[in-house]
Design a protein around this ligand. Structure first.
Ligand code: GLY
Length: 576
C-alpha cells in the first residue's frame, strides 16, 4: 500500500461513519501563539474542542502536515521526523471511548481496510494519578474486543496522556495502539520498552483543560482526538522497519544516491537528516504565510534545517547547490495531495537556492575557524553558524561548548546592536545601555498589565527596544479602547511607583513549564533557564538583563496602539 492509498482509505472509512472531511490547516498555528508550528491534527481544532461550534459538524476527519522541532535531535533514527503527516478523526462532544476504539480497531484490522494482524497488536491505557482517575472503561473496551490482558499495559501520564498542543488547552488520557514489527513471532506479553512494538495510533479522550496555573479542569464537552502517523503506518503495512524506505521518502533517497554516488545503506544517518530536514523546510516555505529563512521564529527553524542539511550533504560529498535538485522529488511525492507545494515549486526553489548560496560561502571558512578553536559566538555572528550546528559539530568532535557563555554573549550583543541601531547616543554607551535595560523591564510589566486588562489570550508576539522607545507586538484581535490603554498605563505606573525589586531565578525548563511561566519554549537551548520575576505581578523566562528595581523606569506612556497583522496588535511606548 502506498501513501496515496492509505490517505484515501482513511478518509473514506471515516466518511462512511458520517465524518466530514476537513482540509488541512496551515503549518503556522492561527489560534495558538505559544508555539511556532502546528504540532498535531487537533491543534487547529482547539477552539472547537473547547465547545465552539464547528461549521462542518461534530464528526471530523483530516490529514494534517505537522512540524515537531522537539524531535529534531532524534532525526537520523528510523522513525523520527520533524515533518510528518497525521491522519486524524475527531468527535466534538459526539461519540466517545467505545465508538472511537471500535473505529480504530476496525480500520486497522478489517480486511476491507488495512487488514493488519490483530495478533500482532498491543495497547496501552492510562493508569491514573492525582489529576485524573485510572481509565478502567478503556481497558474494558479493549478486553471486550478480545485483547488478552498481557497485551494491555497501564501506563502513567508520561506515556498515556496527550496535550495540550501549546502551553494551555484541551488534553486528556489516551490509549495507544502498537504493532509488532519484529521478524520473529510477536511476544505474548506487551513490553512498551521494546522498540519493535511500534506505536502507530493514538486515541485521546479530551475531557480536561490545562489552564495557565497548570491545573486540570474537566471540560463540559467530551471529545475524541486521534492521531495516526502516516509514515510509520505505511512502513508497518509494507513490512519495513524503516520509514525512509516508504514512498514518501524513497524518491528523495534515490536522488541523493544518484547525486552522491554513495549508498543509503552505508550512510543512513546523513541521508535521513537531509531528506527529513529538506521536506520540513519545503513545507514551511511553501505555506501560505510565505516565511523566509531568518534569525528568529519560524524563519530561524528553516535556516537551521537547511544549514544542517547542507552540512550533512558535504559529508556525503554532495556538490554545491544539491538541495534544490531534490525539491522536484518532494513535489513528486506531495504535489498531488498538497497542491500548493506544486504551485509554489519555483518560489520554494528560489528561496532555498538563495539560502544555499549564502551558506556555502561561509561554511567552509567557518569549519576552518572551528578547527582553529574559534568560539561558538564568533561562529554565530561572523559565519552565520546556528548554535545548534556548532553544537552538533562539537559533539562529533568531542569538543565542549559553554552554552551559558554563548547565551550571555548573545544577549549582550543583541542589547548593544539594538542600542547602536538608533544611531544617536544621548549620553555614552553605558547610559544608553541602562535605558535599553529599563525598556526591557517595561515590556515585562506591559505584558502582565495587558493580560490583566485584556485577558489571558494575550501573549508576546514580538519585541523591539531601543534607547528611545519600546515596541511590543501581542496577540489580540481588537483595537484597544482609550479606557483600556489608560488602565494599562496606570497599572504599569503603579508597579513602577511600588518600587518592586526584579528577582532572577534559575530553574530547569521542565520546572518552568510546570509552573506555567511564560516564554517561548521551542528551540531553547540548554536545560536551565532564567526566570525574571517582578513581585507576584510578572514572571517570564528571559535571558535578561533587567533593571534592579522598577523605580528606575520613570514614567510609562503609551504613544501608539495599532494593528501589526491579523490577530496581532502593536504598542509603542516611552519611558519619560
Ligand atoms: N493529538 C494526538 C497525537 O498527536 O497523538
Amino acid at each position: 500500500m502506498n501513501s496515496f492509498e492509505i490517505r484515501k482509505k482513511f478518509l473514506k472509512f471515516f466518511a462512511n461513519q458520517d465524518h466530514q472531511i476537513i482540509p488541512s490547516a496551515s503549518l503556522i498555528p492561527e489560534n495558538d501563539p505559544t508555539v511556532l508550528f502546528t504540532t498535531a491534527g487537533m491543534h487547529p481544532l482547539v477552539p472547537f474542542l473547547m465547545g465552539e461550534k464547528h461549521p462542518a459538524g461534530r464528526r471530523l476527519a483530516s490529514i494534517q502536515p505537522c512540524i515537531r522541532t522537539g524531535d529534531i535531535d532524534q532525526v537520523g533514527d528510523n522513525v523520527h521526523h520533524t515533518f510528518f503527516e497525521m491522519l486524524g478523526n475527531w468527535s466534538l462532544g459526539d461519540y466517545f471511548k467505545k465508538e472511537a476504539i471500535e473505529f480504530s480497531f476496525d480500520f486497522l484490522t478489517n480486511k476491507k481496510w488495512l487488514n493488519l494482524d490483530r495478533n500482532k497488536m498491543a495497547v496501552s491505557v492510562f493508569a491514573g494519578d492525582n489529576d485524573a482517575p485510572q481509565d478502567k472503561e478503556t481497558k474494558k473496551i479493549w478486553l471486550s474486543l478480545g485483547f488478552p490482558e498481557e497485551r494491555i499495559k497501564e501506563l502513567t501520564k508520561k506515556n498515556n496522556w496527550w496535550g495540550p498542543a501549546g502551553q494551555t488547552g484541551p488534553c486528556g488520557p489516551d490509549t495507544e495502539m502498537f504493532y509488532w514489527t519484529g521478524t520473529e513471532k510477536a511476544p505474548k506479553e506487551f513490553n512498551p520498552e521494546n522498540s519493535k512494538w511500534m506505536e502507530i495510533w493514538n486515541n485521546v479522550f479530551m475531557e480536561y483543560f490545562k489552564n495557565n496555573q497548570g491545573k486540570y479542569k474537566t471540560l463540559t464537552q467530551k471529545n475524541v482526538d486521534t492521531g495516526m502517523g502516516l509514515e510509520r503506518t505505511l512502513a508497518v503495512l509494507n513490512n519495513l522497519s524503516d520509514n525512509y524506505q516508504t514512498d514518501v521518502f524513497l524518491p528523495i533517497i534515490k536522488k541523493i544516491e544518484e547525486l552522491s554516488g554513495k549508498k543509503y545503506d552505508d550512510y543512513k544517518k546523513e541521508f535521513r537528516i537531509i531528506a527529513d530536514h529538506l521536506k520540513a523546510a519545503t513545507f514551511i516555505i511553501g505555506d501560505k504565510y510565505e516565511i523566509k529563512p531568518s534569525n528568529s521564529g519560524q524563519g530561524y527553524v528553516i535556516r537551521r534545517l537547511l544549514r544542517s542539511s547542507i552540512r550533512y550533504g558535504k559529508k556525503l560529498g554532495l556538490p554545491d547547490k544539491f538541495l534544490i535538485k531534490l525539491i522536484p522529488k518532494i513535489v513528486e511525492i506531495y504535489g498531488e495531495t498538497y497542491s500548493y507545494i506544486k504551485e509554489r515549486e519555483n518560489y520554494i526553489i528560489n528561496i532555498i537556492d538563495h539560502e544555499e548560496e549564502k551558506f556555502e560561502k561561509t561554511l567552509e571558512k567557518g569549519l576552518k575557524e572551528f578547527e582553529k578553536g574559534k568560539n561558538a559566538f564568533i561562529l554565530y555572528t561572523t559565519y552565520g553558524f546556528p548554535i545548534e550546528l556548532t553544537m552538533e559539530i562539537a559533539k562529533e568532535k568531542g569538543v565542549f561548548i559553554d552554552l551559558e557563555k554563548f547565551n550571555n554573549e548573545l544577549k549582550k550583543h543583541q542589547e548593544l546592536s539594538r542600542t547602536a541601531s538608533v544611531g544617536m547616543f544621548k549620553g555614552g554607551l553605558a547610559d544608553s545601555g541602562e535605558k535599553a535595560v529599563c525598556y526591557h523591564t517595561a515590556t515585562h510589566l506591559l505584558l502582565a498589565a495587558l493580560r490583566q486588562v485584556l485577558g489571558s489570550h494575550v501573549y508576546q508576539r514580538g519585541s523591539n527596544i531601543n534607547v528611545e522607545r519600546l515596541r511590543f507586538d501581542f496577540s489580540h484581535s481588537n483595537k484597544m479602547t482609550e479606557q483600556q490603554i489608560k488602565e494599562v498605563e496606570e497599572i504599569v505606573n503603579q508597579k513602577i511607583k511600588d518600587n518592586i525589586p526584579i528577582i532572577c531565578q534559575e530553574m530547569s525548563l521542565e520546572e518552568a513549564k510546570n509552573k506555567n511561566i511564560m516564554g517561548v519554549f521551542e528551540n531553547k537551548y540548554g536545560q536551565r533557564v532564567k526566570i525574571y520575576a517582578i513581585g507576584n505581578f510578572s514572571q517570564e523566562i528571559c535571558g535578561g538583563p533587567h533593571a534592579k528595581k522598577t523605580s528606575a523606569l520613570g514614567n510609562f506612556k503609551i504613544i501608539k496602539e495599532e494593528s501589526s497583522s491579523a490577530g496581532t496588535r502593536r504598542i509603542k511606548a516611552k519611558l519619560l
